[in-house]
Design a protein. Sequence first.
Length: 216
Amino acid sequence: MTGYSSEEEQIEALRQWWRANGRSVIAGIVIAVIGVVGWQQWHAYQKNQELAAAGAYEALSSDVGSQDLDAATREWATLKQDHTDSTYAVLGSLRLAAARADAGNFDAAAEALRWARKHAGDNGLGQLSRLRLAQVLDAAGKDDDAVSTLKPVPDGPYKARYQELLGDIEMARGNRDAAIKAYRAAIAANPPEHRRGLIRMKLADLGAEAEPEPTS
């Protein structure tokens, strides 16, 4: 320090400053320490939750693999209750829904897919959940509900699959023009080559080309 004539004055000045500011300094240090510790604890909690969600998903997958759908349903309940916002809960819903659909239990499959759709949002998993829900509804003979679920058709990697399924439903209904329109939209969405070939075959069955014929 400068401006003091002796060491004793410097020491006294420090004492006076500490009396005036010591509590606020200590409080600031305590708050900083609490903040660091709190962040570390929160980070550890989040990590533990993620590990627990992953464990529940693995257990569900194992139950599905052994065809124990009752046990898988209990694991799904744990995921929904304890890990609602986890991606593992959505993935578990999709896995269980597929097993239920394979078992012919379309209503139960739709239940899991509706939950997945609601909690996944409008990202890729949300679009996949909606697509699979439409497939299950169509398999259950609820074609009107399936079409409503598919619309609006999203942009992105699932656009072609949405349009192809719309085409399949309209073809089954006997709506040839609507089916052709949907199949052409599916090809325009640039699907993988193996899907493109399949869609072209479906168009050929309807006596149509991938592209509309030019008008004179």
